[in-house]
Design a protein. Sequence first.
Length: 64
Amino acid sequence: MRNRIASILAKKDLTESELARRTGIAQSYLNRIKNSRINPTVATALRICKVLQVRVEEAFSTEE
């Protein structure tokens, strides 16, 4: 699964640590998601998207 977390963070002028604080998700876990090392659960993806104020389709893609 590909994601656009890094570009969305840059566009919104947010840091990974700020996203971690706002979502309550460990920064190390977010980093692994952002770098496509792991896929988030649906619940985690929704939490991330809610904080970033984007649709899931905008942040995550199943296209390789």
